[in-house]
Write a protein that binds this ligand. Sequence first.
Ligand SMILES: O=c1nc[nH]c2c1ncn2[C@H]1C[C@H](O)[C@@H](COP(=O)(O)OP(=O)(O)OP(=O)(O)O)O1
Ligand SMILES: [Mg+2]
Length: 199
Amino acid sequence: MATELIIATTNKGKINEFKQLLEGEGTIVKSLLDYQTISDIPETGVTFHENAAIKAETLCRLLNRTVIADDSGLEIDALNGEPGVYSARYAGEQKDDQANIDKVLHELQDVPEGQRTARFVCVMAVAQPDEETIFFKGQFEGAIATSRQGENGFGYDPIFYVPALGKTAAELTSDEKNERSHRGKAIQELLKYKNLFDL
Ligand SMILES: O=c1nc[nH]c2c1ncn2[C@H]1C[C@H](O)[C@@H](COP(=O)(O)OP(=O)(O)OP(=O)(O)O)O1
Ligand SMILES: [Mg+2]
């Protein structure tokens, strides 16, 4: 039987990346979209670690199975690290990617090119029944562009400029993004520490 990895997320962009990063011979990825009867898990924490733990531990308890969660966001230096943990709801509770991007571009309208540095942060929590939750982290350094470029990815990708490649994250192929992204790096750390079949 295939190993099922359960990710406590409803974000389709994340789910696609988890599938590209982890699925293969004998391993399939499931998400909250496969457990429609489970209601939304409120993210009441004030740090990525707290929210990742809340999501992973809540679903772990409900299913009595190992669960992975990803809490991530965009830290913009000129905004003192905002929107950070609040990235998904930056422009309101409706979690609208386009409205969030518009708000970032507006906030940064007078910030010159050299001062638009930012990073994506991902904290991944692995919750297992009767064990301490463990955490893995990844960061992806870049800068905020002045307009949208590219169609790939999700969330803030169209305005996240990757200097080394001269493209936004939304102009990268999924392999190019996964090799260097916050989520890709957190998964690499997880896999250094744990075999997928132990999850
Ligand atoms: O690679 C990324 N490329 C672009 N944007 C990204 C990325 N990674 C995180 N982000 C943004 C999306 C969202 O605005 C926030 C995550 O918020 P976060 O609460 O972790 O996820 P979510 O609410 O969309 O789904 P869920 O909590 O069900 O996993 O950061
Ligand atoms: Mg969320």
